[in-house]
Design a protein around this ligand. Structure first.
Ligand SMILES: Nc1ncnc2c1ncn2[C@@H]1O[C@H](COP(=O)(O)OP(=O)(O)OP(=O)(O)O)[C@@H](O)[C@H]1O
Ligand SMILES: [Mg+2]
Length: 367
């Protein structure tokens, strides 16, 4: 068990294309941290540098307080699980799981104990004598995790370990990985491009973009208090709506204008913060689909009605997604399936301004 810290960590594969641009990150002992971001943002590179599989261009990596920049991978006491889990086909599950320990000349009785313990945690005890080809994808993934667990490393690194599995199994294994971490509590860095996987697994999520860290926070912090437009748009599905807006002041009260027809009062607790942006250009109004719902009998103080023509409706069972145009921008709301939403019809919706975000589109910062 150990803390892990990255200080000004950089990687340039060649002169022009920095893959990781000086990132700082402190991961606590026992913490489960997920690196998430679009393809090519530097997640795997970061993980491989931590593992020692990729040379670092600049900066420091510390494991348990010690700089490991020049420590070879096998001496870093790290176990890595990849997307392609590469079990030895001719070995049984038991042999696959114990292989690393046998190489290290760990006594036989201890190996048996560790393998049995890991098998119990992963619920694969009855599979120990099978060969990989006799296992399902999810079971193979478990064996790959078992191989990592038996080593009892300081840090687990996972690089998209579930992306070879079908959607249903991925969701199941996600829960399994979470359960395993609750039992084993090894410091973990997990890479995925799937924001839902990131949210569901992580103690803290690190959102990366273009080799930089955009924001670090708990899943709820990132969801409710995104620091940038990128994070606001990346976390959450369907994604947050963004519409060009202006902040106005009328008789001392602030209002947010979305085009000619729609003007909402700014919630009291935002007026001090938004006052500096009155009349500024290039502002965006951000609101998540679940904060645009059908008009109901009872309205909360920050809820305000507006009427639109629905372009498309998508029944999801539990709710219906409604899509409409505002200022030429397509927006999405989530309404009750019994609210009578129909494509081509007008509908009264309410926006919950208490959950609005104001974004400076020039800098990408949430204001
Ligand atoms: N061996 C390499 N040589 C040169 N460039 C590389 C190499 N490996 C990665 N890169 C580049 O570095 C950048 C970051 O790659 P990386 O593999 O870390 O991305 P990622 O976030 O893991 O993406 P994905 O979600 O697609 O796996 C990309 O622009 C990639 O093209
Ligand atoms: Mg990758």
């Amino acid at each position: 068990m150990a803390q892990l810290s990255l200080h000004k960590l950089s990687k340039n594969y060649d002169d022009n294309t920095p893959a990781v641009r000086g990132i700082d990150l402190d991961i606590a002992d026992k913490e489960f941290v997920v690196l998430v971001g679009p393809s090519g943002c530097g997640k795997s590179t970061t993980l491989r540098m931590i593992a020692g599989l990729e040379e670092i261009t600049d900066g420091d990596i510390r494991i348990g307080g010690e700089v490991v920049n020049d420590v070879p991978p096998k001496d870093r006491d790290i176990a890595m699980v990849f997307q392609n889990y590469a079990l030895y086909p001719h070995m049984t599950v038991y042999e696959n799981m114990s292989f690393g320990l046998r190489l290290k000349k760990v006594p036989k009785t201890e190996i048996a104990q560790r393998v049995e313990n890991a098998a119990q945690i992963l619920d694969i005890t009855e599979l120990l004598q099978r060969k990989p080809k006799q296992l399902s994808g999810g079971q193979r993934q478990r064996v790959a995790m078992g191989r990592a667990i038996v080593r009892d490393p300081k840090v687990f690194l996972f690089d998209e370990p579930l992306s070879n599995l079908d959607a249903k199994l991925r969701v199941q294994m996600r829960t399994e990985i979470k359960k395993v971490h609750q039992k084993v509590r090894t410091t973990t860095v997990y890479v995925t491009h799937d924001q839902i996987e990131a949210m569901t697994l992580a103690d803290r999520v690190v959102v990366m973009n273009g080799g930089l860290i955009e924001q670090v926070g708990t899943p709820n912090e990132l969801y409710h208090f995104p620091a940038t437009k990128f994070v606001a748009g990346f976390i959450g599905s369907p994604a947050m709506n963004f519409v060009p807006c202006a902040i106005e002041e009328t008789a001392g009260a602030l209002r947010v204008r979305l085009g000619n027809d729609i003007v909402f009062p700014v919630p009291q607790d935002r007026t001090a913060r938004y006052r500096a942006h009155i009349g500024k250009a290039r502002l965006l109004f951000g609101l998540r689909p679940e904060h645009i719902v059908e008009q109901r009998q009872h309205m909360e103080p920050n809820q305000h009605a507006f009427e639109v023509e629905l372009e498309v409706t998508e029944p999801m069972g539990m709710e219906t997604m409604v899509f409409f145009l505002l200022q030429g921008t397509e927006l999405c709301g989530r309404v009750n399936p019994n609210a009578g939403a129909q494509s081509g019809r007008r509908m009264k919706l309410v926006a919950d301004l208490g959950n609005m975000h104001l974004i400076d589109d020039a800098s990408g910062r949430v204001l």
